[in-house]
Ligand binder design. Structure first.
Ligand SMILES: [Zn+2]
Length: 327
């Protein structure tokens, strides 16, 4: 490097014609610089100089590889959960502004994802124990949820899967609303979880959970709303479409994860019907619960704690929802 600088600075070592060529090259370079500056000035005077560049820019979220499994540290505490949001979500603070894929057919559709429980519920026992009206009775505002033997909380699992599914749905132009996103001291209560879907006029709502059953109880199941007409609850209009949503969700979840339907609940196809869940009773939009597996069973727990498996779960959920939306 030093020898090269010395060679260039010492012009006397070059014959005259090479010095001349150097001068010509420098003059040409100066012309190029001046010409480019003039071109820039012309473009900016046109007023829309920045538009083509912006249009040509790829949106940040669609470029994310599907196998990417960020946010794995989410379960290790609140700080990790926030960090996970920035990387798992489609473009962090800018999410929602990502350019949807053209012609997905899903632009303008709204999906509510409801991550079951809340990691902070355990610090707010009194608040979440308060009873709320679920139409045909009263029930706790919320519960802490379950956890694996090693302490991986259901609330961490549900939020992680919901964020992954949100990213996948938003890539297809779907508007996604989460009922909470590590942004509340506890809850929301089950009645509020339903209300969020209603207010959003969601085309579909899915409450994401993992079960806390006995060892040996394995597999996923989807909970469909029963027909309930009592007090504030009237599910008569959502029973049919919710079953359509649930059937597609079960099928695609099974295909994406390879998990079998529950061996301890439901009809063998992973479908169960319940009338005691406020989140379903109070929903005015098609809604189901998905119990992704049994956190208390070691084999299911090994899947639920695996970030790659959770990405598969999110893909299955996404496909089930989009199949329903394009019926
Ligand atoms: Zn749960």
């Amino acid at each position: 490097m030093r020898a090269t600088i010395a060679d260039v600075s010492n012009g006397s070592t070059f014959p005259p014609h090479r010095r001349l060529r150097g001068t010509v090259l420098m003059a040409l370079a100066a012309l190029v610089v001046v010409g480019f500056g003039g071109w820039l000035a012309l473009r900016s005077s046109g007023g829309d100089g920045g538009e083509p560049a912006r249009a040509g820019q790829p949106a940040p979220s669609p470029s994310r590889p599907a196998g990417d499994a960020p946010g794995d540290g989410e379960s290790r505490g609140d700080g990790g959960a926030r960090g996970g949001d920035r990387t798992t979500g489609p473009g962090g603070p800018g999410h929602g502004q990502a350019e949807p894929r053209p012609h997905s057919g899903l632009e303008g559709r709204t999906v509510v994802l409801d991550p079951g429980h809340n990691l902070r519920n355990r610090d707010h026992g009194r608040q979440i124990a308060q009873l709320v009206d679920i139409g045909n009775g009263r029930k706790e505002c919320d519960t802490t949820g379950t956890a694996t033997e090693d302490g991986y909380a259901e609330a961490s699992f549900t939020l992680d899967v919901a964020r992954r599914a949100r990213a996948l749905l938003e890539r297809q132009g779907v508007k996604v609303v989460l009922t909470h996103d590590d942004d509340r001291p506890y809850g929301p209560c089950v009645d509020e979880r339903a209300a969020i879907g209603n207010r959003a006029h969601a085309d579909a709502a899915v409450s994401i959970h993992a079960d806390g059953s006995g060892i040996g109880d394995r597999g996923f199941h989807v909970i469909l709303p029963a027909r309930v007409t009592a007090g504030r609850a009237d599910t008569s209009r959502i029973v049919g479409p919710s079953r359509q949503l649930g059937e597609r969700l079960a099928g695609q979840f099974r295909a994406a994860t390879g998990s079998a339907p529950s061996n301890y609940l439901g009809d063998g196809n992973g479908l169960d019907v319940r009338s005691d869940l406020g989140g379903l009773n109070l929903s005015g939009v098609p809604k189901v619960f998905l119990e992704c597996g049994n956190m208390r069973d070691p084999k299911d727990a090994a899947q639920l704690t695996d970030a790659q498996w959770r990405e598969k779960a999110a893909r299955g959920i996404t496909k089930g929802i989009t199949d329903f939306l394009t019926l």
